[in-house]
Design a protein around this ligand. Structure first.
Ligand SMILES: NC(=O)c1ccc[n+]([C@@H]2O[C@H](COP(=O)([O-])OP(=O)(O)OC[C@H]3O[C@@H](n4cnc5c(N)ncnc54)[C@H](O)[C@@H]3O)[C@@H](O)[C@H]2O)c1
Length: 359
C-alpha cells in the first residue's frame, strides 16, 4: 500500500507503524505469522468497523466501550476468554479500538502465558496519535488511574484513518488534547500548525488529522526509542497528565474523556509554570488557552464542571495528584512548559500552590 505513512518505533520488539486509509488491510498478512489470533474490541467499534477485520468470523471478545473496560473484572474476563479460545505462546492479540481497548488488551497480552504478541489497531484520534505507540498498558484501580500495568510493546501499529470518519465530535476534541500536548513538546512549527488549523482539526478534516497524527506519532516514537521505560526523557509525554489523571479520578472514570482532561491539564501546567517562574515564553499560557478554546476544549476546572455537570472537589484533586506515578514519597512532581519545544521535568509542587491553581 504505497500511500501509507510508515516508520519503525525502535522498541523491543521493533514496531512498524503504518498510518493511512486502508492500513487494516495489512492485518491478515501479519496474522499469518502467528498460530492463532484473538480480537478485542467494544460494541460500538464492532458495529461501525467490525467488517474491516472480519470480526463476525473470528475469535473475539467485546469489552465495555470507553474507560469502563480498564478494570480488573474485565481484564480477568478477557484472560479467561483467551484461555477458552486456546491461545498459545505463538498467538496474537488484536487490539481494535480506542486507547481503553488498547490498554486493556495490551495488558492481557503482557500477562497471558507471561506475554504473547499484540498488534495495536487504533480507531480513535487519541489512540493513533498517542496510546497505541510505546508499549504502556494499564487498567485503573479504585485508588487511581493506570495504577496496574506493564510495558508491553506491540509487534505493529496499524492506524487506519478510514475509521476516524465515525468518531463523535467529543472524541475528536479529546484526541486533540493529546495532539496539542505533542505540539507543545515538538516545537513552534507544530504548535503553529495546530493553532492555524484548529477549526479544521476540530471539524475532523481528514488531511489535517492525518498530518497531526503523523507528527505526534513520530515524536512519541523518537522519545520512546531513547527512553522506553520512562526513566528520563519520556516523562515529558506526561505534560498535563498529573492534573488530568486527578480530574478523571475525582470526576469518576469515564465521565470526562482523557484527552479533554489532558487539555485542561495543559492550561494548568502553563499556569503552574508561570507561578514557578519556569515559563520563559510569557505569551504561551494565554496562547494555549486560546488554542484550547478553538479546539473545543476547556482550560479551567470550573469550565469542566459546567460542561460535564459535575463537582470537582479541589482538596480531592490535590489528594489524587499526590498518588501520581511520577511522584516520589508523595511529593508531587510536575512536567512544566518553558516554551514551545521545551519543558522542565520533575518540578516539585506544594499542595497549597496546586490548590490555588485549580480554579
Ligand atoms: N497507553 C498509553 O500510552 C496511553 C496514552 C494516552 C492515553 N491512554 C489511555 O487511553 C484511554 C483513552 O482512549 P481513547 O481516547 O481512544 O478513548 P476510548 O478508548 O475510551 O474510547 C472512547 C469512545 O470512542 C468510541 N470509539 C472508538 N473508536 C471509534 C470510532 N472509530 N468511531 C466511533 N466511536 C469510536 C469507543 O467505543 C468509546 O465509546 C484512556 O484510558 C487513557 O488513559 C493510554
Amino acid at each position: 500500500m504505497a500511500d501509507l505513512v510508515r516508520f519503525d518505533v525502535a522498541t523491543e520488539p521493533r514496531c512498524p507503524f503504518a498510518l493511512g486509509r486502508g492500513a487494516l488491510a495489512e492485518l491478515a498478512q501479519l496474522e499469518s505469522r502467528y498460530s492463532s489470533s484473538f480480537a478485542v474490541t467494544d460494541a460500538t467499534v464492532a458495529k461501525l468497523h467490525g467488517q474491516r477485520i472480519g470480526l463476525a468470523t473470528r475469535a473475539h471478545l467485546l469489552l465495555p466501550a470507553g474507560e469502563a473496560a480498564k478494570s480488573f473484572a474485565h481484564l480477568e474476563a478477557l484472560l479467561e476468554a483467551m484461555a477458552r479460545a486456546r491461545l498459545d505462546r505463538q498467538s496474537l492479540v488484536v487490539a481494535f479500538g480506542g486507547g481503553s481497548i488498547g490498554d486493556t488488551a495490551g495488558l492481557a497480552a503482557a500477562l497471558y502465558m507471561r506475554g504473547i504478541a499484540v498488534v495495536q489497531c487504533p480507531t480513535t484520534l487519541l489512540a493513533m496519535a498517542d496510546s497505541a505507540i510505546g508499549g504502556k498498558t494499564a487498567i485503573d484501580l479504585a485508588a487511581g488511574k493506570n495504577l496496574a500495568g506493564a510495558f508491553h510493546s506491540p509487534i505493529a501499529v496499524l492506524a487506519d484513518t478510514d475509521t476516524l470518519a465515525t468518531l463523535p465530535a467529543e472524541q475528536v476534541a479529546s484526541g486533540l488534547g493529546e495532539v496539542l500536548k505533542c505540539a507543545l513538546l515538538a516545537g513552534e512549527r507544530e504548535l503553529a500548525f495546530v493553532e492555524q488549523h484548529a477549526e479544521s482539526l476540530r471539524a475532523g478534516d481528514s488531511a489535517a488529522l492525518a498530518r497531526a497524527i503523523e507528527f505526534c506519532a513520530r515524536l512519541k516514537a523518537s522519545i520512546v526509542a531513547r527512553d522506553p521505560r520512562e526513566s528520563g526523557e519520556r516523562k515529558q509525554l506526561n505534560l498535563g497528565h498529573t492534573f488530568a489523571h486527578a480530574i478523571e479520578h475525582v470526576a469518576g472514570y469515564g465521565r470526562i474523556p482523557h484527552g479533554v482532561a489532558v487539555g485542561c491539564g495543559l492550561a494548568l501546567a502553563c499556569a503552574a509554570s508561570e507561578r514557578a517562574s519556569t515559563l520563559a515564553d510569557q505569551e504561551l499560557a494565554a496562547r494555549v488557552r486560546k488554542i484550547l478554546a478553538h479546539l473545543g476544549l476547556c482550560s479551567s476546572i470550573a469550565e469542566l464542571e459546567a460542561r460535564y455537570a459535575c463537582t470537582l472537589d479541589r482538596a480531592a484533586l490535590v489528594e489524587a495528584m499526590a498518588l501520581d506515578k511520577k511522584n516520589r514519597s508523595g511529593v508531587v512532581r510536575l512536567v512544566l512548559p518553558i516554551a514551545a519545544g521545551d519543558v522542565a521535568r520533575d518540578v516539585f509542587a506544594l499542595p497549597q500552590d496546586l490548590r490555588e491553581l485549580l480554579v
